[in-house]
Ligand binder design. Structure first.
Ligand code: 13P
Length: 258
């Protein structure tokens, strides 16, 4: 079986003004240096910066992603943005079901599945986020939660090309805490098994990212765990030098995590 090419995606969340696009230029310059990481690279800026970011990245392999979309393609939904609009602005992917949206807006698995389906309709890859809360981990419910969210959030017709899973333990997001590599391995192996059961070969080839306090100092340890096919990075993606240092975990390894 061919190895899965990793993806390291930066989620800027609600950070970034036009001036911060200089970080994209810096990242592009860093990525031009040898050795180049054996991974795909994506930045998900706020929607306001997508069109400008596309211009900045026109001569670059760095992919653009968005952070959320509405299930519908258009309509009376003030303030919302459709997947088609994101594609039109230059996005190749969109994050759906991030725990911050599940918490802030009460997004259910059913809504997340609809949003992922909307991404596919618009020709975007859906990055579907799942992960347990701290209390749920303490209660030993991690795999139950992950199973429920995965089963409920995966849209029909998910393939390895159009869908990426991001396992983000909620308690690890923005806290500096991370699960142990053994804990990450257990959850990713579980997700891999479910994906294989549900989607066969497509599930075996689907990328499963780890997210939650990934930083230069822990990237290599976390990204070399079996079945970790990259990272979804929040805070450390805002500075090109930090993000590049995380990507360096894939320099010269030929792409690990399988
Ligand atoms: P941090 O890397 O800041 O913990 O955020 C992770 C995350 O939520 C990425 O989507």
């Amino acid at each position: 079986m061919t190895a899965i090419r990793p993806l390291v995606a930066g989620n800027w969340k609600m950070h970034g003004l036009a001036a911060n696009l200089a970080e994209l230029k810096s990242l592009q310059d860093l990525l031009a240096m040898e050795p180049q990481p054996a991974a795909d690279v994506m930045i998900c800026p706020p929607a306001t910066l997508l069109a400008q970011a596309r211009y900045f990245l026109s001569k670059s392999d760095i992919l653009l992603g968005a952070q959320d979309c509405h299930p519908d393609s258009q309509g009376p939904h003030t303030g919302d943005i459709s997947a088609e609009m994101l594609a039109d602005a230059g996005a190749k992917a969109v994050i759906v079901g991030h725990s911050e949206r599940r918490t802030d807006y009460g997004e259910t698995d059913a809504v997340v599945s609809q949003k992922a389906g909307a991404a596919h309709r618009a020709g975007l890859a859906a990055i579907i986020c799942i992960g347990e809360r701290g209390r749920e981990r303490q209660d030993g419910a991690t795999l139950d939660i992950v199973k429920r969210q995965l089963d409920g959030s995966l849209p029909p017709a998910a393939t390895a090309a159009n869908t990426i899973i991001a396992y983000e333990p909620v308690w690890a997001i923005g806290t500096g805490w991370t699960p142990t590599p053994e804990d990450v391995a257990a959850v990713h192996a579980f997700i891999r098994g479910r994906l294989g059961d549900e989607l066969g070969g497509e599930g075996s080839a689907m990328r499963i990212l780890y997210g939650g306090s990934v930083k230069p100092s822990n990237a290599r340890e976390l990204l070399t765990v079996p079945n970790v096919n990259g990272a979804l990075v929040g805070g450390a993606s805002l500075k090109a030098t930090d993000f590049y240092a995380i990507l360096s975990a894939y320099s010269g390894t030929g792409g690990r995590g399988r």
